[in-house]
Design a protein. Structure first.
Lengths: 179, 373
């Protein structure tokens, strides 16, 4: 099989993870010249229900377009955690919100990080929607699937005028939360 | 080097349609095809062309037929339930020989079914959904670049053969956002037929195997277009000899050009002892499985149909002279499996991997099935 890395973000609609997935794929393709694909949830659940986005990044053309052995999982709410923890590798890296995902069940050989993503985003950045960039930054730091400099350059261009600094703060928060 | 983009499958269809000079869209949005209508509703008016959201899919195809007759290159996009409603007008377009491109992003059925789940459910509906003996062309891309090229090809074939062409797409691929390098404008071939100035109104007059002439509709010629069987003038007839001739003309304009219409891809077939026959997302599951199987020393290859109708009967028969094991992989309860049975002899061992519960096969599942041989 091709050299592929599978990432899944799970949350409730409005937390910004679908944006996080789109950003990650765009950076991987446009800045790193990788092959990438993302499949976001698109039903009514994106408005407040459990949502997920699956991202596949590879050095070669992606053959099978769905995640089937997930390497990296970020989840910020209990219900999507219960729904979407299937297909995780036994040794996956798993990041959960420590306040909103209480029951993890069998944690297998996961490399587990329990961090207060949502609370800290709200407290330090003032808007929960920045969870998108915080999640992206966490992913970058833990996987190095995209380069740090490429991420920062991309976010500087992508962020709306006047909000660049806030987005850079979100990148910093993501990194700090892992320490 | 061309710059890579990340585009959703549905948007690739819409962009390719515009590149093929599509200038009319009539449709009724339906999951999982809605982004095509959404994109066209923004782009076509911006370019000075027309987008109409109709009251339903019956009216949508009616509007497309009218627009096509007036020389527009048309598009409509739907899913299984909407495609069912379009069947009567598909028959009309076949009978009256009107170019149409219809995209069907399939979902689980029957009826309202599984709106957000993939299913390769409409393969037989595409072939036999409208009544009566009729020719149909259906194309079935699997990868992002194929979505683009097959959409362009759908236009070229519909224009060349004056027939509806259906582009089938799987939900998984239509909804995924994938990297793609779009071709340069100059690298895209768009079929363009010269317009014939007709003198004697024999618009359906031609020899067997010839394409109908492209005529200048609504430019001062009284032309009769009818869903009734008609003669060379387009006037209704039930004269058996004429009916026979017209039926043959319509069928043969497609079947004389199979080499041009039937397209497929092959992977790892040179030394294959087992052949997988598949298409769309199932071909992608199969190809990933084949790579795993090859690592285990299993000689298996893939025949990926890009044209599903007319069925790639001749190339398959050729393969079956050498390969005596075939596995059909499709996300339905067994539709092309029967076609494979028709084109392969008894000495070919046949297996099928079938499912219609909305979950695509993982490569591992296909591999397990390969190992059953």
């Amino acid at each position: 099989m091709e050299n592929r890395y599978e990432i899944r973000y799970g949350a409730v609609g409005g937390q910004g993870i679908i944006t996080a997935g789109a950003l990650l794929v765009d950076i991987a393709v446009k800045r790193e010249n990788k092959f990438a694909l993302e499949s976001p949830t698109y039903t009514a659940t994106v408005r407040g229900g459990p949502t997920k986005v699956d991202i596949i990044i590879s050095d070669q053309r992606i053959i099978f377009p769905q995640a089937c052995a997930i390497d990296f999982f970020v989840c910020t709410y209990q219900k999507p955690f219960d729904l979407y923890k299937e297909r995780l590798k036994d040794d996956a890296i798993v990041i959960t919100d420590s306040n909103l995902v209480k029951d993890l069940g069998d944690t297998k050989n996961w490399k587990l990080y329990r961090i207060p993503i949502i609370n800290e985003t709200k407290k330090q950045l003032g808007n929960i929607i920045l969870t998108s960039v915080v999640t992206l930054s966490i992913t970058q730091k833990l996987t190095n699937i995209i380069g740090y400099d490429n991420m920062v350059c991309y976010i500087k261009k992508w962020a709306p005028e006047g909000l660049v600094d806030l987005n850079l703060k979100a990148i910093k928060l993501g990194r700090d939360l892992i320490n | 080097m061309r710059r890579k983009q990340v585009l959703q499958g549905n948007i690739i269809v819409a962009k390719a349609a515009l590149a093929a000079k599509c200038n009319f869209f009539a449709g009724y949005p339906i999951t999982p095809s809605s982004e095509i209508a959404q994109f066209m509703s923004r782009e076509l008016p911006r370019m000075g062309y027309d987008f109409i959201q109709m009251e339903d899919e019956i009216a949508s195809l009616g509007a497309c037929i009218g627009a096509s007759l007036s020389g527009r290159k048309v598009l409509t996009a739907t899913s299984g339930p909407g495609f069912s409603l379009m069947q009567e007008h598909i028959g009309m377009a076949v009978m009256a020989e009107i170019p149409l491109v219809i995209v069907n992003v399939m979902r689980g059925g029957p009826s309202t079914g599984l709106p957000t789940k993939p299913s390769q459910a409409d393969i037989m509906q595409v072939r036999w959904g409208t009544h009566g003996d009729h020719p149909i062309i259906a194309l079935y891309p699997a990868f992002a670049d194929e979505i683009y090229s097959e959409t362009i090809r759908a236009y070229n074939l519909s224009e060349k053969f004056w027939n509806p062409v259906v582009l089938l797409l799987d939900e998984v691929i239509a909804k995924a956002h994938e990297d793609i390098e779009l071709p340069r404008k100059n690298d895209i071939h768009i079929y363009k037929e010269k317009i014939h100035r007709i003198k004697d109104l024999n618009i359906y007059d031609r020899e067997i195997g010839e394409n109908p002439p492209r005529v200048d509709f609504f430019k001062g010629y009284p032309i009769h277009i009818d869903g009734l069987e008609h003669d060379k003038h387009g006037w209704p007839t039930s004269d058996p000899e004429t009916v026979n001739k017209m039926q043959t003309l319509r069928m043969q304009k497609i079947y004389h050009y199979l080499d041009e219409i039937v397209k497929f891809k092959e992977y790892y077939m040179e030394d294959a002892e087992i052949m997988i026959f598949s298409f769309g997302v199932s071909a992608r599951s199969s190809l990933a499985a084949i790579k795993m199987a090859r690592e285990q020393g299993i000689k298996v290859g893939l025949f990926q149909a890009l044209t599903i109708w007319p069925f790639p009967k001749i190339p398959l028969k050729e393969r079956f002279k050498r390969i005596k094991k075939v596995l059909t992989v499709e996300l339905n309860m067994g539709q092309t499996k029967y076609e494979i049975e028709r084109v392969s002899s008894d000495d070919v061992e046949k297996k099928a991997l079938l499912r219609a519960n909305g979950i695509p096969f993982t490569p591992k599942e296909v591999l397990d099935k390969i190992r059953e041989f």
